[in-house]
Ligand binder design. Structure first.
Ligand SMILES: Nc1ncnc2c1ncn2[C@@H]1O[C@H](COP(=O)(O)OP(=O)(O)OP(=O)(O)O)[C@@H](O)[C@H]1O
Ligand SMILES: [Mg+2]
Length: 341
């Protein structure tokens, strides 16, 4: 075992009956790494997590953890913790008893038990809440109890399946910071599933983007945000203007369009709204919609290329609905896409 392959999924294929949900998946995770699994609904995120936790029989391939093949090891012998979106706390037990539950099952008693439970409760900032029942806590506090309950078991890997999606925006942000802190302090290897690209970018050491049961791209948050390799990832991380290239020309709306400047030899190009030049350039569009977003203003243009989204500094003079505007899609600003689906 090397620290670079602390957790390895090797040619993992997972199915429900005859329906293959994950096919031939390879993934190596480092010790202490925080990985975000990102992808649309149904792409196989939960299925992959269930297989790592041992809750799903593997059709073929292997799961290796810390040097051991755990593909067929039962869930309670894997040292893998799992926290779901619904916290699944015991409602009739106090915070203390909830956190103590798994440790008691392992046979821990007395002072040793108490020390672990107290330190678990403290690590998620819930000192003073030990005697409350889950029903007397906010959603964020309940989520912390769920986190503490998993952490005290000292898992080799902690899996979190959309743990923040039931929380409101402010609590989410708070819990996100909390998760990151706990992870860095304890050094636990963590896989975090989310729909939310902002959350993945903010939290992860590396992001794994999945599409239809396979990995589409793996990279640092910076890689995924700035250098999507495919139209799928570009779309998913907010490049609103994504086009294929054909013979060095932009393919849009059934036509081919010349771009200014050097066009790279790739399958497609993608522009975030703020990469679009508004007010000058070879293309023409008509303002169909505009919205104010604080620092900037967004425009939706009807154009021969199809709808184009542009974003400009809010201090710029405003363009009215129906106004005809020149714009440019500068090739040098675009993200080059190696593949176009
Ligand atoms: N118990 C099941 N029986 C049959 N098919 C299932 C079962 N659970 C999931 N699937 C299918 O497997 C595929 C992957 O599902 P999975 O739950 O892993 O998706 P996901 O990425 O977690 O999606 P979401 O973001 O909606 O949670 C989907 O096509 C889904 O319909
Ligand atoms: Mg899921």
């Amino acid at each position: 075992m090397s620290d670079l392959k602390y957790l390895s999924l090797e040619k993992l294929t997972l199915a429900y009956g005859d329906t293959v949900a994950v096919a031939d998946l390879d993934l190596d995770i480092r010790r202490g790494e925080l990985i975000a699994l990102l992808g649309p609904s149904g792409c196989g995120k939960t299925t992959t997590m269930r297989a790592i936790a041992g809750l799903l029989t593997v059709k073929s391939g292997h799961v290796r953890l810390d040097g051991a093949d755990i593909t067929h090891v039962s869930p309670n012998k894997r040292a893998v913790g799992l926290v779901f979106q619904s916290y699944a706390l015991f409602p009739h037990l106090s915070v203390y008893e909830n956190v103590a539950f798994g440790l008691k099952l392992k046979g821990l008693r007395g002072a040793a038990l108490d020390a672990k439970v107290q330190s678990g409760i403290a690590s998620v900032g819930l000192n003073g809440f030990a005697n409350r029942r889950p029903g007397e806590l906010s959603g964020g506090q309940q989520q912390r109890v769920a986190l503490a309950r998993s952490m005290v078991m000292e898992p080799k890997v902690l899996l979190l399946d959309e743990p923040l999606s039931n929380l409101d925006a402010r609590l989410r942000l708070e819990m996100r910071t909390e998760l990151q802190r706990v992870q860095k302090e304890t050094g636990v290897t963590m896989i975090f599933v989310t729909h939310d690209q902002t959350e993945a970018l903010a939290l992860a050491d590396r992001i794994v983007v999945m599409k239809r049961g396979a990995i589409e791209q793996i990279g640092s948050p910076q890689d995924i945000y700035n250098r999507p390799q495919s139209s799928f990832v570009a779309d998913f991380v907010g490049f609103e203007n994504v086009f294929a290239l054909e013979g060095g020309k932009l393919k849009a709306n059934g036509g081919l369009y010349d771009l200014q400047g050097d066009v790279p030899a790739v399958a497609g190009l993608a522009w975030r709204p703020r990469m679009v030049t508004l007010g000058s350039g070879p293309f023409q569009g008509k303002v169909r919609g505009t919205s104010f977003a604080g620092e900037h203003r967004e425009y939706l243009l009807d154009t021969p290329l199809g709808p184009i989204k542009a974003e400009v500094d809010a201090s710029q003079p405003m363009h009215d609905l129906g106004a005809e505007l020149a714009f440019d899609l500068p090739a040098h600003r675009a993200a080059p896409l190696a593949s176009f689906a």
